[in-house]
Design a binder for this molecule. Structure first.
Ligand SMILES: [Zn+2]
Length: 276
């Protein structure tokens, strides 16, 4: 596929605004553990405002994937994200992996998330990202039945493509993530998951090399960040320098996931090799 205005690639800056729900989803007992929840609280308290500042300074668009329960807890954040012109997309209701073997759970999480985003912000999200990346055939069918334009949960290509459901129907457009461009892999440490952090230069080296190669492939480059990780000072500096690096090329299309999905749809039936 080609990109608008002769651009070489698309770059989607995405933020999974999980806040406390990530930790409660990991272990329901964390709901009464302020020391653990503080990681998520930081993402709301400091991470999102700092990220919105950086995006405004750089005049860049972004997509925020927000669980319904987080939207209910932080409605002001959701409004601020939207008022800044960014996209808000669906990220479950709570941050539990939606196990398709549990009757009704997949549909309930999607429907409650839709209701919450509508109630809080009056929006119907175009896209979805599965909490913890736990996708399922049932989930993809449910997204299709609910009219979602795109999903961004899978890590199986470098460019958008149309999902084929297990029942043979066309599903949403997939905006694949790159696992190499996920801040969780380099920058997470918590009271319960202690890890030695990676330096800025180390992360930048990986992100820049991955970006440059994907650009030469003509890909859509989806970087996955979390306000509770990227909102920390060293990671904000990493993001700022990464953006500056991408700006050293003059052929990058900075877009939201829904813009990329709509662009894919506009080209879907034109001549060219089909992406599988
Ligand atoms: Zn998440």
């Amino acid at each position: 596929m080609t990109w608008p205005d002769g651009k070489a690639c698309a770059l989607a800056l995405t933020f999974d605004f999980d806040a406390e729900e990530l930790w409660i989803g990991n272990d329901p007992a964390n709901v009464s553990n302020p020391g653990v929840l503080a990681m998520g609280h930081y993402g709301a308290r400091v991470g999102v405002p700092k990220i919105l500042e950086l995006l405004a300074d750089e005049a860049l668009p972004a997509t925020f994937f927000v669980p319904g329960a987080v939207a209910e807890r932080y409605p002001g954040h959701v409004h601020a994200i939207l008022e800044a012109g960014h996209e808000v997309a669906h990220h479950g209701y709570t941050h539990v992996p939606a196990d398709p073997e549990v009757p009704g759970l997949v549909e309930e999480q999607i429907d409650r998330g839709l209701e919450a985003l509508d109630r809080v912000a009056g929006i119907t999200p175009a896209g979805y990202r599965a909490p913890d990346g736990v996708s399922s055939h049932l989930g993809l069918r449910t997204l299709t039945d609910r009219g979602f334009l795109y999903d961004s949960s899978l890590r199986d290509h470098f460019a958008p493509y149309r999902i084929t459901l297990d029942d043979g129907r066309p599903g949403p457009v997939e905006i694949p993530e790159q696992p190499t461009l996920d801040d969780w892999a380099y920058g997470s440490s918590s009271p319960t998951q202690y890890r030695v952090l990676q330096s800025k230069s180390h992360v930048l080296s990986i992100w820049q090399d991955e970006f440059a190669e994907l650009r030469s492939w003509g890909g859509s480059i989806t970087i996955v960040m979390h306000p509770q990780i990227t909102g920390r000072p060293i990671r904000m500096a990493t993001l700022r320098e990464f953006v500056a690096y991408t700006r050293s090329f003059d052929d990058v299309w900075y877009a939201t996931c829904s813009e990329i999905a709509r662009h894919f749809v506009s080209q879907e039936f034109s001549a060219g090799p089909e992406i599988r």
